[in-house]
Design a protein around this ligand. Structure first.
Ligand code: BES
Ligand code: ZN
Length: 843
């Protein structure tokens, strides 16, 4: 690795005065930045990207400088090291890449509007103003902004506005913070505010394309989340306000700018009168995540980007801890188990996956190293493991000390382990090491051999994997007594099985609570024992059993065909998370059937049988007497019943649609997608499509729009699918931020696969230019690998992507994609017959 320059080593900024003059009409920004700081040597460098520098002054005298575009730098030669004031005047552009300072586009009553916002993480602050754009270079910021302002506009920034003189808005100087957290936004905004018990002013802001009531839920959650963390961390929120701003165009999901958190509208605003539990969970957890960062990330910041994982994993864990405390009725840990855990287990089973912690020098690589399933989901799982190990008291005490020690400064993972270790007396770092520095995770085989219960750990792979003989420190969490807490060797004997089983009084299990990142393969004896009592187990245990079996089947450790009859043991479950796991598996059976074949008809019949009883119980429309689980199960069961051709379901869904024909947004949100989909599938027409598309264009309700998208992309009409693909580049209809969902929808539709695949190959450069800078750009490559299932497609995938293997940031994704498709193709070849036979037997 070539040594990478950290500009912070040459120049330590202390204070920035930032002035922006923004002309939306011309898309032009004129800026002036004054930085005071300490030069460690005479030759220093300051970051800039796409800035046209007009002048550089050092201590008020014109200075010599060179612009080094390749290194995104301005190099300045100072007369000498020491205290210095540098003033840089420049011009730049408002770009449409959702990075730096950028416009969001939207309409109110048919009138086109713009909202200006910012997105600086990871390294786009330098695109807005010259700065030492490294997390360690913390400084204070005094921001002032003038813009082509008109009546009725509002401007927000990290700190409160202190005055407005001659159209220039001046904001209070910030506390010491990193450049990537600076933010502002302006336009025609509506807002609602509240105050926390400790006096922090909290606000939610959005465009007037939304009803005022859509701000309420977010405001309530943000306010109580701040109160929760102030108590949990025993550290006050350090700023006077916490603004939440919804931006119509947003590349990520949300961003924790200090004091001014920005959100994709879908993750902030919701209609309190018609929103599903799932969406409420998503919004609440995203808010709680960003608010957690106000301490962990903003107050104490990672020293370098290699610890970005810790920043994100921590916030990802805390979002569940917080929402579970402030809104227990949402049962958010269930989402952790049904979303994060399987995402991590699945992704982490593919050879070539990154470890949670990756050494990274070049900031340009940071975003491409950002594998969400690993960084967020696996990382959070690691921290959940730590939390289970040390308990909440030690966690809180350790965090309090960590914040006190490092506030307004930076820290590393090791600093956190030290703080948690001091608080708990457990060497947290040592346990974590094997999990953070190694990719993948183990499958523990539990088997009875010669009366002895033997555990063996090996790395678990889906597809080809090169076994590196890795060993993990596995918290076993067994239900049997006398089983060691940690498994640290390859094999472990637990002694005589009969005795152990008798003492335990129940079937032997590992990873009780599913808090640790491994799966278990029980031998036939042990599995039969567990399955004989499966209906007595709690929902989480049942979910875990199904999840582990699904992974084992995907990795060919067990046959997929054995899962076909097994699902009936769970099919009538009233638990939503069990239904979720069940239908996740059933959905995989689709891999083994071709469209319009007898096998497909059998699979539908199988779905009908699986869902029949629960559908009869739950029906199509939500009911007042619904339990939490009913609300969450219904959409799953309804989808299954509709796919299974359940006549009652199809008619009831259609009737519900007809009853809401004039305002389909008012369909009950939890089942809206299923009902719209049913309409498209069973009663579709071009007229229906046109009306859905018009509705989509006009709506500003992100959840509703997504439901429409799901329905439209599942059309059975090639002409409609062609019409959709033809709109992919039309930002007035499909915003670039939403394209991913549309693309995936068409691609995953067997009738659209070719169209979407052709489209992306033809428009690759356009896609790169438009959303190539997004932190999750590689998800486009991932989605294709998720869908392809034939050797022909594999060859096409290789032909297209292999020449791009050396593109920085794409290498890993492409390699993993090839592995994923290859293993799927061989899974299908090997198991197709057995699975279809098993399905035919069960219907
Ligand atoms: N800080 C991240 C967003 C981010 C990460 C932007 C890396 C640029 C580079 C933010 O806190 C975040 O995690 N956002 C998530 C949403 C979240 C609640 C899971 C996202 O954008 O997906
Ligand atoms: Zn985050």
């Amino acid at each position: 690795m070539t040594a990478f320059e950290h500009f912070y080593e040459f120049f330590v900024p202390d204070h920035y005065q930032l002035f922006f003059d923004i002309d939306r009409a011309k898309k032009e920004i004129t800026g002036k930045t004054t930085i005071t700081g300490t030069a460690k040597q005479a030759d220093i460098a300051i970051h800039q990207k796409d800035l046209t520098i007009a002048s550089v002054e050092v201590n008020n005298l014109a200075a010599t400088y060179t612009v080094d575009d390749e290194k995104e730098a301005i190099r300045i030669s100072l007369p000498e090291a020491g205290e210095v004031t540098i003033t840089i005047a420049y011009k730049t552009k408002l770009t449409d890449t959702m990075m730096g300072i950028y416009p969001s586009y939207y309409e109110v009553d048919g009138v086109k509007k713009q909202l200006i916002g910012t997105q600086f993480e990871t390294n786009s602050a330098r695109q807005a103003f010259p700065c030492v754009d490294e997390p360690e270079a913390k400084a204070t910021f005094a921001v002032s902004i003038r813009y082509d302002e008109h009546e009725g506009e509002t401007i927000l920034a990290n700190m409160p506005e202190t005055k407005c003189v001659d159209g220039v808005h001046y904001f209070d100087t910030t506390v010491k913070m990193s450049t990537y957290l600076v933010a502002f936004g302006f336009g025609e905004l509506q807002g609602k505010t509240a105050t926390t018990k400790s006096g922090v002013k909290v606000g939610v802001f959005g465009t007037y394309a939304h009803a005022a009531k859509e701000l309420d839920f977010g405001l309530d959650i943000a306010t109580r989340a701040i109160e929760f963390y102030e108590d949990f961390f025993q550290t006050p929120y350090p700023l006077p306000h916490s603004w939440q701003l919804g931006l119509p165009d947003f590349s990520a999901g949300a961003m924790e700018n200090w004091g001014l958190i920005t959100y994709r509208e879908a993750y902030l605003l919701l209609d309190p009168d018609n929103t599903s539990l799932t969406t409420k969970r998503a919004v609440a957890t995203v808010i709680a995540h960003e608010v957690a960062h106000q301490w962990f990330g903003d107050l104490v910041t990672m020293k370098w980007w290699d610890d970005l994982w810790l920043n994100e994993s921590f916030a990802n864990m805390m979002e569940y801890v917080c929402v579970d405390a402030i809104e227990p009725d949402l049962h958010v840990w269930e989402s952790f188990q049904t979303k994060d855990v399987p995402a991590a287990l699945h992704r982490d089973a593919t050879d070539g996956v990154q470890s949670v912690h990756v050494a990274v020098e070049d900031p340009a690589e940071v975003d491409s190293l950002f594998d969400a399933a690993i960084v967020y989901a696996k990382g959070a799982r690691m921290l959940v493991m730590v939390r289970a190990l040390i308990g909440d008291d030690a966690l809180r005490q350790g965090l309090k000390a960590y914040f006190a020690k490092h506030q307004y400064g930076n820290a590393t993972g090791a600093d956190l382990w030290t703080a948690l270790g001091d608080a708990s007396g457990i060497d947290v770092g040592a346990v974590m090491h094997s999990w953070l520095e190694q990719p993948g995770y183990p499958v523990v085989k539990a088997s009875v051999q010669n009366e002895e219960l033997i555990l063996t750990q090996n790395q678990f792979f889906i597809g080809e994997g090169s076994d590196q003989q890795r060993i993990w420190q596995i918290p076993l969490a067994s239900n049997a007594k006398d089983v060691p807490e940690l498994m640290t060797e390859r094999t472990l004997s637990l002694g005589n099985y009969t005795e152990l089983r008798a003492k335990a009084g129940e079937p032997f299990r590992l990873n009780v609570g599913n808090n640790s990142h491994f799966i278990v393969q029980y031998d036939d004896t042990l599995l039969a024992d567990i399955l004989s009592q499966v209906s007595d187990y709690d929902a989480l245990t049942q979910l875990q059993l199904l999840q582990d079996l699904q992974l084992l089947a995907s990795g060919r450790y067990v046959s997929y065909a054995t899962l076909v009859p097994l699902l009936f043991q769970f099919a009538d479950s009233t638990h939503a998370i069990v239904n979720q796991a069940l239908y996740n598996i059933a959905d995989e059976f689709d891999l083994f059937v071709e469209p319009n074949t007898e096998e497909e008809a059998n699979l539908k019949q199988y779905y009908h049988k699986l869902s029949h009883k629960n559908y009869t119980r739950l029906g199509c429309a939500p009911k007042d007497a619904d339990t939490h689980d009913d609300q969450l199960s219904r959409p799953l069961v309804l989808q299954a019943a509709l796919y299974g051709g359940n006549k009652d379901a199809i008619t009831e869904a259609h009737d519900l649609f007809t009853a809401h024909k004039d305002a389909i947004i008012d369909l009950p949100a939890a089942v809206r997608a299923a009902i719209l989909l049913n309409e498209v599938r069973a009663y579709g027409s071009e007229a229906l499509f046109e009306s859905f598309l018009q509705t989509y264009r006009r709506s500003s309700d992100a959840n509703f729009k997504q439901d429409l998208q799901v329905a439209m992309t599942q059309s059975k009409e090639p002409v409609i699918l062609e019409a959709i693909v033809a709109k992919f580049k039309e930002a007035d209809t499909i915003k670039p931020q939403d394209l991913r969902g549309w693309f995936y929808g068409v691609l995953a539709n067997p009738l659209g696969e070719q169209l979407a695949w052709d489209w992306i190959r033809t428009n690759w450069q356009w896609l790169l230019d438009t959303v190539g800078g997004d932190m999750s750009f590689t998800s486009y490559i991932q989605m294709i690998a998720r869908v392809f299932r034939t050797s022909e497609r594999l060859a096409e995938y290789k032909a297209f992507f292999e020449p791009k293997l050396n593109t920085p940031g794409l290498t890993r994704e492409i390699t993993m994609g090839i592995n994923v498709i290859t293993s799927r193709v061989s899974l299908i070849t090997a198991e197709k017959e057995a699975v279809n036979k098993s399905i035919a037997r069960e219907i």
